[in-house]
Design a protein around this ligand. Structure first.
Ligand code: FAD
Ligand code: ZN
Length: 226
């Protein structure tokens, strides 16, 4: 109770399976007394492109544009665009970040990747040598909750699904100092029976009930590539 949760959600359709997973998380966490904020990226028409428009006013170096340098400088001077400042405020306040999305090309959808590219800027999420366990977003937890097209069996043949989690969990969250909870994966909701879908949704509700008792994973190469 009293915990703050930010759900960054990337699906176009509220009636989708991802939409149902989102609804469950909002309801269950609110019921627990958490305060839940949702960034519904498609509904917000969130801008995924990292461009000069992210800096308000004159550039640090107008001769040659460097996005990383410019956003870092703009962050320090309070000159980032309003949409970024709002998302950073939500991240700053959150105890837990949940990312809810369908897997696109073994990765997150572009709109969500754009959120990562634009919101987690240097100075805010990490800094010179303030990375991984020293990252700037310490004392926060994260959880990647996603759906796939492929079945669990197919993923077992193609290679462990943990390989896909390495860039997201380790390369992004751990890099910024955020601890990582076990991912929550719903395999092939389009291709299973209605009964199985209901089961998967019930399992998510069930997991959320004891979420705050969970220990973060050991986010080291061994966890991914053992
Ligand atoms: P939906 O189609 O919305 O839902 C599935 C079914 O569940 C629907 O019939 C819906 O009506 C039903 N449903 C919704 N809510 C409920 C409820 N409350 N109770 C019961 N039923 C419900 N997959 C991979 O595995 N790997 C990839 O690399 C990959 N790349 C992709 C790239 C692109 C560009 C695209 C478009 C898809 C890709 N996919 C990939 C497939 C994608 O991951 C799946 O289509 C997606 O995860 C399915 O989730 P959804 O929420 O969209 O499902
Ligand atoms: Zn890690």
């Amino acid at each position: 109770p009293g915990k703050k949760v930010l759900i960054v959600y990337a699906h176009q359709e509220p009636k989708s399976f991802n939409g149902s997973l989102l609804k469950i998380a909002v309801e269950e966490l609110t019921k627990q007394g958490c305060s839940v904020t949702v960034s519904d990226l498609y509904a917000m028409q969130f801008e995924p492109r990292a461009t000069r428009n992210d800096i308000v006013g004159p550039l640090h170096n107008s001769e040659a544009f460097n996005y990383g340098v410019e956003t870092w400088e703009a962050y320090k001077r309070g000159h980032l665009s309003k949409d970024l400042v709002e998302e950073q405020k939500k991240v700053q306040e959150a105890d837990l970040l949940i990312f809810q999305f369908p897997l696109f090309w073994f990765n997150m959808p572009a709109i969500l990747k754009g959120w990562v590219d634009r919101v987690l800027v240097q100075g805010f999420a990490y800094d010179l040598s303030k990375i991984y366990d020293g990252g700037l977003l310490q004392d926060k937890l994260s959880l990647f909750s996603f759906t796939t097209g492929g079945s669990k069996e197919k993923y077992a043949i193609r290679g462990d699904i943990r390989y896909l989690l390495w860039p997201m969990q380790h390369g992004i969250m751990h890099f910024c100092g955020v601890r990582v909870l076990e991912p929550h994966i719903c395999y092939a909701p389009e291709n299973v029976s209605e009964e199985k879908r209901k089961e998967m949704l019930a399992a998510w509700t069930q997991r959320l009930k004891t979420l705050w008792k969970e220990e973060p994973i050991d986010c080291s190469p061994e966890w991914y590539f053992k």
